[in-house]
Design a protein around this ligand. Structure first.
Ligand SMILES: Cc1ncc(COP(=O)(O)O)c(C=O)c1O
Length: 531
């Protein structure tokens, strides 16, 4: 949308919590506006002299932006990985250095980065982020702002406290990121789960819940805040497309709801999984970085013409979780309140990390960073393909169309054991469906549903007991996965107590991924044999 056609954000300050409304500018932070004044002799703060900072400069060797290929491995994902392992070429890096006192005024200055400063962060980083938001997210209103934070855990905690009063409820997906709920439950803020499908939160279910809201029966006012993970939905791996986002946004306008979009996996969107035999021998030709960006499902920010979205971005999944750096994209009013809150806790993200990442991004520039993200998305696509291929080696995977619940209409892969040499000793029948999954279209996780209804002791053991029993056996055999119940927004959601696991393919080396699937397979088969 062209800048001149966009309106400014509307006043949504009635959404602020009592806590947020009560926040004043931190008394000493109020002095910050004078810091840029030429010739100012500042004797007001407790700032140590930069001469006493022990670092004359900091730096490191950073990978070049095109370190990872943008062409998927096709049928050869495992082979190409082994080839890379043994024929490893040397990583190509470039040095980056941040001096305490750089010669040019616009260069990143370590003395400034390590000093007390405003909670808005280094100006060079702010500039990069603002340009990135404008080019990639294309906000639907003209005065969209950004503010750095220390990762999305901090981002959500700040956003929630800025918006919610104790006793209020928030809208979430049926299955969601447990840490998000862990940060709001102790403050008396609980979840109202909304049913999901292959694109995450369902818009028809959202409307139903809001339209039928009964304050007395629910014991709370209709929620005015939504927490959603629209891409690489954690745990389901679903990706919400443009149409669904627009529908949800419009409902939020109608019911006056603020959307908090927690989107750490946005750039890890993938094409649909195809079984190995259906993938091209040679992988599809590489896309350009422009095509890569154009294919990404847009963010809620793009549909936001009123300033009712608080978007959370983090560098955790693209640079490193230890960088503890991310940013909000939101209206100036929310940005100002979130800043006030940061002033009394972290102040600003750590100056070492900020300056290194600011230097990295400004060295790579916009195009270099997009190329880096494109390479990462390809890496995760190869990992997902390899991981699911491993399941296909261990199990007979039958493609079916999901009929109910979150998987209605999806291509569901139903796993049953492959006949083995010792088939006579196997107590289940070869066609026994043991678990099912829908290959993720973004993110880092495979979400599987166990078919415990086919387990021999289902009559005496409820499914949640079987989930924990199997989970323990898999852990004891040396593979740690996440039990599904962690992710249920509450105990009342459909399928809450039914066996699920979230398995991550993001971190282990390829041979370990393969070994993990073999162990999972062995333990699961044995588990289904028990009487
Ligand atoms: C949905 C979601 N939000 C937030 C986080 C944590 O992000 P950060 O490291 O930026 O705090 C994660 C990490 O797994 C996540 O999956």
């Amino acid at each position: 949308m062209a800048q001149e056609k966009r309106e400014k954000a509307i006043d949504l300050s009635h959404h602020l919590s009592e806590l947020s409304k009560a926040r004043q500018t931190s008394p000493l932070k109020g002095l910050a506006k004078f810091f840029g004044q030429p010739g100012l002799i500042s004797l007001a703060g407790g700032m140590p002299s930069e001469a006493y900072f022990p670092f004359a400069n900091i730096g490191g060797d950073a990978l070049i932006p095109d370190s990872f290929a943008v062409k998927t491995a096709g049928q050869e994902s495992s082979l190409s990985w082994f080839w890379k392992l043994f024929g490893k070429t040397k990583e190509r890096t470039n040095p980056i250095v941040i001096p305490k006192f750089p010669s040019k005024p616009d260069e990143i200055n370590l003395a400034t980065a390590l000093q007390y400063g405003t909670s808005t962060g280094l100006p060079q980083l702010q500039k990069f982020i603002d340009e990135f938001i404008e080019k990639v997210y294309q906000p639907g209103y003209s005065d969209c702002a950004s503010l750095i934070q220390t990762g999305n855990t901090d981002g959500w905690s700040r956003a929630m406290q800025t918006l919610c009063n104790p006793g209020e409820l928030i809208l979430t997906e049926d299955w969601t990121y447990p840490s998000a709920l862990a940060s709001c439950r102790p403050l008396g803020v609980d979840a109202v789960p909304i049913a999901m499908d292959k694109e995450g939160m369902r818009s028809d279910e959202l409307r139903k819940v809001l339209a039928e809201w009964d304050e007395k029966a629910r014991g709370a006012k209709r929620p005015h805040v939504m927490y959603t993970i629209p891409v690489g939905q954690n745990p389901s791996g679903a990706t919400m497309g443009a149409e669904r986002k627009k529908e949800i946004y419009d409902i939020c306008v109608e019911y006056d709801i603020i959307i908090v979009e927690d989107d750490p996996y946005f750039f890890l969107q993938m094409s649909e999984y195809k079984p190995k035999s259906a993938r091209d021998m040679q992988s599809a030709p590489a896309e350009s970085d422009v095509q890569f960006l154009a294919k990404l499902a847009p963010t809620f920010v793009k549909f936001d013409y009123q300033g009712r979205v608080i978007r959370l971005d983090t560098f955790s999944k693209y640079i490193a979780p230890g960088s503890r750096l991310g940013f909000f994209t939101c209206s100036p009013m929310f940005s100002e309140r979130l800043q006030r809150q940061g002033e009394t806790s972290t102040q600003a993200p750590c100056g070492f990390g900020q300056s290194l990442i600011a230097q990295l991004l400004t060295t790579w520039k916009f195009n270099g960073y997009v190329r880096w993200l494109h390479g990462l998305a390809t890496q995760y696509t190869d990992r997902r393909d390899f991981f699911i291929d491993c399941f296909a080696e261990e199990f007979h995977l039958q493609l079916t169309t999901g009929e109910r619940g979150a998987w209605a209409g999806c291509t569901v892969y139903a796993a049953s054991p492959k006949p083995r040499g010792d088939a006579m000793s196997e107590k289940y029948s070869v066609g026994t469906k043991m678990f099912s999954f829908v290959p993720p279209t973004s993110g880092m996780f495979l979400w599987i549903k166990m078919n415990f209804e086919n387990h021999p002791s289902i009559k005496s053991d409820p499914e949640e007991t079987l989930e924990m029993k199997l989970w323990t056996k898999i852990a004891e055999a040396g593979v740690l996965i996440a039990p599904g119940w962690y992710f249920a927004a509450n105990e009342d959601i459909p399928d809450a107590g039914r066996g699920h696991f979230r398995i991550s393919f993001s971190n282990a080396e390829y041979p370990d991924l393969k070994k993990a699937v073999q162990i999972f397979s062995k333990v699961t088969r044995e588990f289904f044999e028990q009487q």
